[in-house]
Ligand binder design. Sequence first.
Ligand code: NAD
Length: 462
Amino acid sequence: MTRVQVHDKAGRELLGEIAVAQRDDVNRAVSTAREAFAAWREVPVVERARHFFRYADALERRREELALSVSRENGKTLADARAEVRRGIEAVEFAAGMPSLMMGDALSDVARGIDSISLRHPVGVCAGITPFNFPAMIPLWMFPIALAAGNTFVLKPSPQTPLTPELLHAIAGECGFPPGIFNVVHGGGETAESLIEHPDVAAVSFVGSSNAARHVQERAVRAHKRVQALGGAKNYLVVMPDAADSATCDAVISAAFGGAGQRCLAGSVLVAVGAAGDALAPMLVDAAAKLRLGRGTADGVEIGPVVSDDALARINGYVERAVNGGARLLLGPRAVPEGGAFAAPVIFDRVDPSSELARDEIFGPVLAIVRAGTLDEAIAVANRSRYGNASSIFTRDGGSARTFASRIEVGMVGINVGIAAPMAFFPFGGVKDSIFGDLRCHGKDAVAFYTQQRVVVSRWPS
Ligand code: NAD
């Protein structure tokens, strides 16, 4: 069996290793989940829910250990990692509400002497395939809700950040989850494919880049499975002239450079309307130049390393091509710490809205400022994107905010909020190439995804 080493992304120390699952290992995990399903689905939903009260409590007690694990294997700052774990725990708390969430509808006398009810049943074995950038939160969007609804689960986390998911699995075991209901296999695309193709996997949840998401959705649909595949993003932050102030600057800095730009909600294009650009650009440059790079676990650090040398090369490639192509660099790369793949914040101004800088998901700390004359023009720039995850407007004018919220083509809209992340009781996901499949993660969408509806029509002759 191939083993893969996992290193601290800042100092490159060895943190642990994982065994890559071969097809036989995947088959074993799926049959374990399938066998466990028969008994687990019969456990009353209130008892299933109790596991998640205990689990949320255990995660809360071990939040610091989980955050440290995230920070070390992903590279993000401890503050970001703590926030990530908190959002993940909220999804577990949501799952603990499953008795109400799974309730169906009832109507008596739909015809003479006939009543009708709709019920939600689990779908079977569910698979989850998750990315590197939220190794705690994104698995927690999936398996707790699927399990609480009576399904069993096989998780395949990113091979770049597999240790936190292992810890989540170990804590589930310590909380008394029945054996076999929650399984983890490791590996990359090939392992994921064996899972997707397995005939006993009924539903596939995927979060990652758009090309992989499209591929996963196509394969799953061909095999007649349920699938939700969340893809990549390029999120536009529109700033109106009435909001070009320090609060907006802080929000843009955090959206563009937080998590080293490796968030699916990263605000990587600022569309400055009218005078907003001239007012905001110097403030942004000043603030970004001061951001402290370093090991995510160190005090005061604001940007950790990106996930790999390959990711760094991709980011630097975008910057170099833009500079060589004559793009206007406001803040250029600077000296970075040693020991990890560090990328310093970069800002370009007056970026061509059709250039790769304004269109591609760079997934690094690179902010492109695009200038627009009007709100209509700004919305048009954003709506030309192939992606439609999130977008925000900064304004003090209700009319502009309302127009933006109704016309912007994304799944998550921010109004004076840079990172428009819905909490666990709302659905998370976008439109266009940011999602393949209809139902999003967490919220009622997830309950619908992990359950199948059955309508019972009954007559009791007297
Ligand atoms: P990735 O697509 O490289 O990998 C994601 C997962 O898919 C991993 O587990 C990987 O092993 C697996 N995988 C890779 N190729 C596959 C294939 N052909 N078939 C099946 N599985 C495959 O993504 P990443 O680099 O880990 O994460 C970053 C990406 O995830 C970015 O594009 C980011 O926008 C996206 N993301 C999206 C959301 C969202 O909510 N839309 C959230 C987080 C991250």
